[in-house]
Design a protein around this ligand. Structure first.
Ligand code: AMP
Length: 392
């Protein structure tokens, strides 16, 4: 078991907390502060226990000098200050005298936010390649390291693995919640356990399928992914998404697990992603049809299995939900999830955006804050940002 922030005496300690403030921004304005809100419990806990809180986060990617201005973390400091109802001192540098002086003058319950850790990427990708000197330097600024940035736990960066190699460390509440609701739920699900997989490409989710097919009772496949499975059975799929290199994999999975994997029997098709849908059985698909949402019979079959389940994990929307004409399936599954007596978990990325944009977020047990990281947990992998944390 990994240590958590609760395992340390924080009083008067300089606590470095790696947060995930990688929020969407437009012209310097934060368009969705979900990630900032999600980091509050850990920051507030540290403040309530008398810590001096030093926050680090990345924002976007910094490949050239001109990327800096649009990925400046200052607006996050302003929003965080409003949410915490106290001053958050923003240091516009990732290292140097201004930062060191500010930390030296901190009192208990003060908060500092350091500039975007990826500003260090301009000089030889020091953050993203876990430059040992950078990790050591950031560690020298604190007494204790807490990782609460789930979204980067699948990466080995200076601001997570680098710092953790030099300080006593723990996970924050957000990372703890992600582990409990994804890793531990997959390891020990209450049955029946159903997995819904959708989204665009099979190839992105091969390892998820391989890991979960052995653990789940049902795997419901929808979205663009379903067409490579249907193609492997010989169906006409028209102009629907096809992942040619995954056809053999799909064929093999269907051969090995014919009773577990459930495919759509009907769908809404159109001649373009901008069009409106026509309901067809999958065997009626024509060469000009593009399948863009699951059909009514499939909705009914999927919702029956979902409602009977005691654990449901969902990764990938089952239709092109960005176009309202193809939201029906994803909305119907959200409705079914409301009725599950047990845990309902949504993987990060597009599924989380779909559930949030459709207004269903409060009905789920857990919506992951990390796309790639949640996918890697579903693949059964150990995440370097968690592995590096001190054991209890
Ligand atoms: P992923 O990141 O793999 O979960 O893919 C999410 C994307 O898949 C979303 O943008 C959806 O609009 C898209 N998607 C879902 N179903 C389909 C479909 N039938 N055809 C094309 N795109 C789809």
């Amino acid at each position: 078991m990994k240590k958590t922030i609760r395992d340390y005496d924080l009083s008067n300690k300089k606590v470095l907390i790696r947060c995930d403030f990688n929020v969407p921004m437009k012209d310097g304005v934060i368009t969705d502060d979900y990630r900032i809100q999600s980091s509050l419990p850990t920051i507030q806990y540290a403040l309530d226990h008398g810590a001096k809180v030093i926050l680090l986060s990345h924002l976007g990617r910094i490949k050239e000098e001109s990327d800096k201005a649009k990925n400046d973390l200052k607006p996050v400091a302003v929003r965080l200050s409003e949410l915490l109802n106290q001053e958050v001192l923003f240091i516009p540098e990732t290292r140097g005298k201004e930062l060191e002086d500010a930390i030296a003058h901190m009192n208990e319950k003060d908060v500092i936010l350091i500039q975007n850790t990826r500003y260090e990427d301009l000089d030889g990708k020091k953050e993203s390649k876990n430059d040992p000197e950078l990790g050591r330097y950031w560690a020298s600024l604190g007494d204790l390291y807490i990782n609460d940035a789930f979204g980067t736990c699948h990466r080995e960066h200076a601001s997570n693995v680098g710092i953790a190699s030099h300080l006593p460390s723990g996970i924050g509440f957000l990372v703890e919640k992600e582990i409990e609701n994804i890793e531990q739920v997959v390891a020990n699900p209450e049955r029946p356990f159903t997995v819904i997989l959708g989204g665009a490409k099979v190839s992105d989710k091969i390892k998820v399928i391989e890991n979960l097919v052995t653990k789940a009772d049902h795997i419901l496949i929808g979205g663009g992914m379903a067409y490579t499975f249907l193609k492997s059975l010989g169906y006409e799929i028209g102009t629907s998404l096809l992942d040619t290199e995954s056809i053999e994999f799909c064929k093999e999975m269907l051969k090995q697990y014919p009773d577990k994997i459930v495919l759509p029997t009907d769908h809404y098709v159109s001649d373009s992603t901008e069009g409106v849908g026509t309901l067809k059985k999958v065997e009626e698909t024509e060469p000009t049809d593009m399948g863009l949402d699951i059909g009514d019979q499939t909705i009914s079959q999927f919702t029956d299995l979902i409602k009977q389940s005691h654990t449901v994990i969902w990764n990938g929307p089952v239709g092109l939900f960005e176009n309202p004409s193809f939201q029906k399936g994803t909305i119907a599954l959200c409705e079914a999830m409301k009725q599950v007596e047990g845990k309902t978990v949504v993987g990060g990325g597009d599924t989380a955006s779909a559930v949030q944009s459709l207004g269903y977020q409060s009905y789920f047990t857990h919506i992951s804050t990390g796309g790639g990281a949640s996918l890697e947990l579903l693949e059964g992998k150990q995440l370097p940002g968690i592995t590096c944390i001190s054991e209890k």
